[in-house]
Write a protein that binds this ligand. Structure first.
Ligand code: PLP
Length: 395
């Protein structure tokens, strides 16, 4: 067992911020992962909704290899071709106008928050602007993103956080309206809440928030970090609602495992100017060559079609599970972002499934989250369901 030795070494040197599942992965192939002892796992977590194209996509890998040999970093003091190409492609699929590349999701949120504050300061010269965020949201771990993350457990020991953040209830338009005042500069929410338990926005809610923002000249920031990049069945989940934000954040599947995120703005919200914001290697040629290849592959390999077809199949299969086992309370989601809510914490069920060689993760307290690579097929769904059913029956 090589794993034991590695885990022991890891625990000596890594900061213990995660209670890790005792697996040491070594390599991936398609939708399967292999650990250092050679055990094979079907991956229904995709590195937390990151590995949209799965493992070992040849076009993705050759784009990266070619870029490694050319140039990996120059800084944002200069232009680089992969960043320009990736931004052009992102603008085209999102309908947004401008892109700022970051190294992560949380940094994309930071940029969005700064955009909102700047937009408002430019408009009225005041500095006391408020942002409305949602209960049970997740936007990241840096201080700004944490401030708009509606989970007191994550926030408690790190206060004081950003001031002027107010929390409304997701899918409750009245609760949002009740918080709007003359200081409100932005409303930030996920088009589909991921970490918070897989809650899709209701259509009336998301469209209502958009209208409210238009009426009051408030920026709508949609966090598409988890639900974007095809996961919901649309390229970005908000497109499925017919809603366009003023600022959109993306990350996770954008780089298929490379550390890249972005915030995208419309022309109206493109208020940050030289000196306002920066990053040393955000959007460097290497990660942008990767993101650029990802966006090409989405088109060439018809990823959205696959998400819609296999997502519908997964939906039916999970409905059957829900119908059969009373411990399953609810089933929610869209595309290949689905969740089963249990009457109890499903940690033991996830552990039993992993024992059987299927990687499952949880969300919030009682939810199992299904976020496989976007290239999975029906047969993989069947394989996962068999392990899930056996795990439920044992627990
Ligand atoms: C993962 C996630 C983030 C944070 O992204 P990091 O890359 O971990 O910083 C922000 N928002 C949502 C919706 C996420 O799922």
């Amino acid at each position: 067992m090589k794993a034991e030795t590695y885990m022991k070494r890891g625990e000596q040197v890594l900061l213990h911020t995660y209670n890790r599942t005792p697996i040491v992965f070594e390599r991936g192939e398609g939708v399967y992962l292999y650990d250092v002892d050679g055990k094979k796992y079907l991956d229904f977590a995709a590195g937390i909704a990151v590995m949209g194209l799965g493992y070992g996509n040849p076009k993705f890998e050759s784009a990266l290899k070619a870029q490694v040999e050319k140039l990996t970093h120059t800084s944002n003091l200069y232009y680089n071709v992969p960043a320009i190409e990736a931004a052009e492609k992102l603008v085209k699929v999102s309908g947004m106008d401008r892109v700022f590349f970051t190294n992560s999701g949380t940094e994309a949120i930071e940029g969005a928050i700064k955009t909102a504050r700047k937009y408002a300061a430019k408009k009225d010269g005041r500095k006391d602007h408020e942002i409305i965020a949602m209960d049970h949201s997740f936007h990241g771990r840096s201080m700004g993103a944490l401030s708009v993350t509606g989970n007191p457990h994550y926030q408690e020991d790190f206060k004081p956080l950003l001031s002027g953040i107010r929390f409304a209830q997701y899918n409750n338009l009245e609760s949002v309206k009740a918080l709007v005042n003359e200081k409100t500069c932005a409303i930030v929410l996920e088009s589909i809440q991921g970490e918070g338990g897989v809650y899709p926005a209701k259509k009336e809610f998301l469209q209502g928030v958009r209208r409210l923002c238009d009426e009051k000249d408030i920026l709508l920031i949609l966090d598409e970090i988890q639900c974007g990049m095809g996961r919901s069945g649309s390229m970005f989940a908000c497109q499925g609602y017919g809603v366009k934000p003023d600022v959109m954040t993306v990350a996770k599947a954008l780089g298929n495992g490379l550390p890249i995120g972005a915030f995208l703005t419309t022309e109206k919200a493109a208020v940050l100017v030289p000196g306002d914001h920066g990053t040393t290697y955000g959007g460097n040629p290497l990660v942008c060559a990767g993101a650029s290849a990802v966006l090409d592959i989405f088109e060439e390999e018809h990823i959205l079609e696959n998400v819609n077809r296999v997502g519908a199949y997964l939906w039916d299969k999970l409905e059957e599970v829900k119908g059969k086992y009373p411990v399953v309370k609810d089933h929610r989601g869209a595309g290949l972002l689905q969740g089963l809510e249990f009457t109890k914490a499903p940690g033991d069920i996830a552990r039993a499934a992993i024992e059987k060689g299927v990687i499952l993760i949880t969300a919030e307290q009682n939810v199992l989250r299904f976020v496989p690579p976007l290239i999975i097929k029906e047969e993989h769904v069947d394989e996962m369901i068999a392990a899930l059913v056996a795990a439920i029956e044992e627990n």
